[in-house]
Design a protein around this ligand. Structure first.
Ligand SMILES: [Zn+2]
Length: 329
């Protein structure tokens, strides 16, 4: 992968990229060009491009680097997103997905070896071993993924681009329960839930994909939509099979279109929290779905509850079902 980045930079030199984006520079020496800096406001040129080294440096704002760095700064993208922007073909999506797949397998292997992970699952009401396996549930202890994956031949660059390692090269997920997110068969992202308090929810960079396990429910005439994977897991465990999850209250375009694929009733079961944010999001979503001819109903759980806490605190399937039946359009 390191080689691919170098190939990309040779194939699309910085100067050429800048010119494609209407930057004008004037020769300033053997292999240098100078012009106005695209990264900060200025009237006198202080942005230098060295065509031999294929890098830039601005004496005004102090920024410098290669074409990827330039895209990161000018478009506020991550390293990986910048590569994709420069050349979607160059990003080995297959490699990145393979790395996520290998990481997911590694995390699954860890789960049983960490009592703190199992007790966290238990605390969140998830205990059915079959379901835990079915969801490919894993645990990221932190600190051991890099060695494992580099030993499997994954390059540091690829692991960094995929987000599995952070910029300083350490594991991005640390003490997190991990659920792989798939689009069809392919893993497109990983969700990591901290078993501690800090930064509860984390994803890898890039899209989350569509609704969780949508292919299982796409033909259902009634679908229960929940915010979080722990809501999803307890409902599945309680015997509800027409459940899907949006991983947050704000649906992306793909997720919204999925719900609108055919005529159906969608039961929006978002958190009933004190600040009303879950219910507000549900209300807005219900309006948008109604406008598309989808029968959207809001399930109102008791104050302060989400489906997960409802079951964890002793709620059962018939009680939940009665809330679903009482859902308001
Ligand atoms: Zn500048």
């Amino acid at each position: 992968m390191g080689e691919d980045v170098e190939t990309l930079k040779r194939r699309l030199p910085l100067l050429e990229y800048l010119r494609q984006h209407h930057w004008t520079g004037h020769p300033a020496g053997r292999s240098e060009f100078v012009g106005l800096c695209p990264l900060h406001e200025e009237t006198r040129p202080s942005f230098y491009v060295n065509t031999r080294k294929n890098v830039f440096y601005c004496h005004g704002c102090g920024q410098g680097g290669d074409v990827i760095r330039f895209v990161q700064l000018s478009r506020r993208l991550s390293f990986r997103q910048s590569l994709a922007h420069l050349d979607p073909q160059t990003i080995p999506a297959v490699d990145a997905s393979a790395a996520l797949e290998s990481a997911a397998v590694f995390y699954q292997q860890q789960l049983d070896h960490y009592p703190e992970a199992l007790s966290y699952l238990n605390r969140r009401g998830v205990h059915d071993p079959t379901l835990i396996r079915e969801l490919d549930t894993g645990y990221a202890p932190g600190g051991s993924l890099r060695r494992h994956l580099t030993a499997q031949g994954y390059s540091f660059d690829l692991l960094r681009q995929s987000g599995l390692l952070n910029v300083n090269g350490s594991d991005a997920f640390y003490q997190r329960i991990v659920f792989p997110l798939r689009q069809g068969e392919q893993i497109v992202n990983l969700y990591g839930r901290s078993i501690g308090a800090a930064f509860a929810h984390r994803f890898m960079p890039g899209a989350k994909g569509g609704l969780y396990a949508w292919e299982k429910v796409r033909h259902c005439s009634e679908v229960i939509l929940v915010e979080g994977l722990f809501d999803y897991a307890v409902l599945r465990q309680a015997g509800f099979h027409n459940v899907t999850c949006s991983l947050g209250t704000h649906l992306n375009t793909d997720q919204f279109h999925q719900l609108c694929e055919g005529p159906r009733t969608v039961y929006l079961t978002f958190d009933v929290d004190a600040n009303q944010s879950g219910q507000l999001a549900a209300e807005q979503l219900a309006h948008r779905l109604d406008a598309k001819g989808i029968d959207a109903r809001r399930v109102l759980l008791p104050e302060g509850h989400d489906p997960n806490s409802f079951f964890v605190q002793g709620g059962d399937a018939p009680q939940f079902q009665s809330f679903v039946e009482a859902a308001q359009p």
